[in-house]
Ligand binder design. Structure first.
Ligand code: NAP
Ligand code: MG
Length: 472
């Protein structure tokens, strides 16, 4: 994988205005694997100008024409599936098998879904004596994180392009290489110049310039609640559309009739996938008092199977976390959990044995966690599971809803109706019933401080549309 030293602007790799560079580090061995330019406000200006200039033409392209280009983008990504997986493994540290099946195949499928939606979506509807036109919002500023780097890019860009919007992307500084690869795929797909533009750079510089830019009509951000809050405030001040996909602290609620072994093992896998760096991870397991000790023992046994290892080794189920900063942050939370009185039944804050190099964290399970503890309230974003005890169903609802977040969750029961009734009481954007599969057409997004707006499927498309009503 070769790093570009330019920005992809107006259909070409342009020399950056900013002279700084960002080192891309492999979190498994701490080696520098690439160097990308650190864009500045002038680079963002050039990219936004290109996106503005391209907007009228792209918006006027019939949906079938836009669909054809997105389908070509899907094909270009599919042709690079192995390169995508290798790149994400190298810059994020995700085990290669997971990188292939999730980091590559998921965005390829999402792109395919938006090609189909662009072709079939009703961009015009009749309401009484009105014809309602669903028109693109304009220029989109997309700011993405590093945890599912290509998926988060595609979820925004493919939806925006399907709607007829043009885009400037500022990807995470930790994972810019897969973003450059995406720009290459856009180019190969024959997407017209200026419709998609890439500015690599630092959040507080390039990201902030993009979020604040007058030429941007909609900011779509995925990342931390702290940054999302600021972006929302800036967008509100400018009366600009904004979509925010923020953090989570999702509950995995195991009702008394559920298959405990299955619920715990699926739940542990859910959290340890991607080294716990998943905004929708079910990081709180809720179990009834009668089966609490059994659940803790099952989780301890399940965690023992996740030995931190080289993400290139096919046997590794758990790679490092993305950066030294993230490792220190996660270990800090593990120390804090112990200090607040939770009991470590697996893992701990020390470096895993034999993994002193690389940003590895021991997969950790906490028992005796109470709802007000920091580790039960804050997003840790590492391989850390908390197990909480509930007294009855009302108590379980109270605990599950008792954080500022509301992104995802799970309910397990022998009786599906009971699980659905419980899910209706949860303040969260998604609930998986008895291990229901991820659906890339289902709206994804948060209640409460987990965000504003929805991504994926038709709901994700409508984020990039505004209506115009014609009366007859
Ligand atoms: P972050 O700072 O919110 O990063 C997300 C994106 O926003 C990155 O592209 C980042 O650029 C950019 N950014 C940062 N400051 C900005 C600003 N002032 N204006 C505009 N854009 C800005 O998140 P992080 O530092 O990577 O991770 C911190 C924590 O956030 C994690 O530990 C986790 O809890 C949470 N997180 C959540 C998600 C999620 O999917 N919900 C994803 C990632 C992280 P840089 O890459 O240059 O910082
Ligand atoms: Mg940051």
């Amino acid at each position: 994988m070769k790093a570009h030293d330019g920005m992809y602007i107006d259909g070409d790799w342009r020399p950056p205005v900013g002279t700084g560079t960002i080192e891309v580090v492999n979190p498994a061995d701490e080696q520098v694997i690439g160097l990308v330019p650190a864009g500045v406000a002038e680079d963002v200006d050039a990219a936004v100008a290109a996106a503005r200039a391209a907007f009228p033409g792209w918006a006027a392209t019939p949906p079938a024409g836009r669909a054809a280009r997105i389908a070509a983008l899907r094909d270009a990504l599919a042709a690079r599936r192995d390169e995508i997986a290798e790149t994400v493994t190298a810059e994020l540290g995700s085990p290669l098998g997971f990188a292939q099946k999730v980091h590559a195949d998921l965005p390829i499928a999402v792109a395919g879904g938006y090609a189909e939606l662009a072709a079939t979506y009703a961009f015009e509807e009749k309401v009484g004596n009105s014809t309602v036109l669903h028109e693109p919002v304009g220029v989109v500023g997309a700011i993405t994180p590093w945890n599912y780097p290509l998926h988060q890019i595609v979820a925004k860009v493919a939806a925006a392009l399907a709607a007829g919007c043009t885009v400037v992307l500022k990807p995470a500084e930790d994972t810019p290489l897969v973003a450059q690869l995406f720009a290459e795929a856009v180019h190969e797909a024959g997407v017209p110049a200026g419709v998609f533009n890439l500015v690599t750079g630092l959040g507080p510089v390039a990201g902030q310039a993009l979020a604040e830019h007058d030429g941007v009509d909609l900011v779509s951000f995925t990342g931390s609640t702290a940054v999302g809050r600021r972006i929302g405030a800036v967008a509100g001040g400018a009366v600009k559309r904004v979509a925010l996909e923020l953090g989570g602290k999702s509950a995995n609620v195991i009702l008394p009739s559920a298959d405990l072994a299955r619920a715990v093992s699926v739940g542990v896998a859910n959290v340890f996938a991607n080294s716990g760096q998943t905004c929708s991870a079910w990081t709180r397991i809720l179990v009834d008092a009668a089966r609490y000790d059994e659940a803790v023992e099952l989780a301890r046994q399940a965690a023992a199977k996740y030995v931190p290892g080289d993400p290139h080794d096919a046997a590794s189920r758990l790679g490092p976390v993305v950066s030294a900063r993230q490792r220190d942050r996660v270990r800090g939370y593990i120390e804090q959990g112990a200090a607040e009185g939770a009991r470590i039944v697996a893992g701990g804050p020390e470096a895993p044995e034999g993994r002193e190099t690389g940003y590895y964290v021991r997969p950790t399970v906490f028992a005796d966690v109470t709802p007000e503890m920091t580790i039960a309230q804050e997003e840790i974003f590492g391989p850390v599971i908390t197990i909480l005890k509930y007294e009855d169903e009302d108590d379980a609802v109270r605990i599950a809803n008792g954080t500022v977040y509301g992104l995802a969750g799970a309910v397990w029961s022998a009786d599906e109706d009971e699980a659905v009734a419980f899910a209706r009481r949860l303040e969260t954007g998604q609930v998986d019933i008895n291990g229901g599969r991820f659906n890339l057409l289902a709206p994804f997004g948060g209640y409460k401080q987990s965000g504003v707006g929805r991504e994926l499927g038709a709901h994700g498309l409508t984020e990039y549309l505004q209506t115009k009503s014609l009366q007859f």
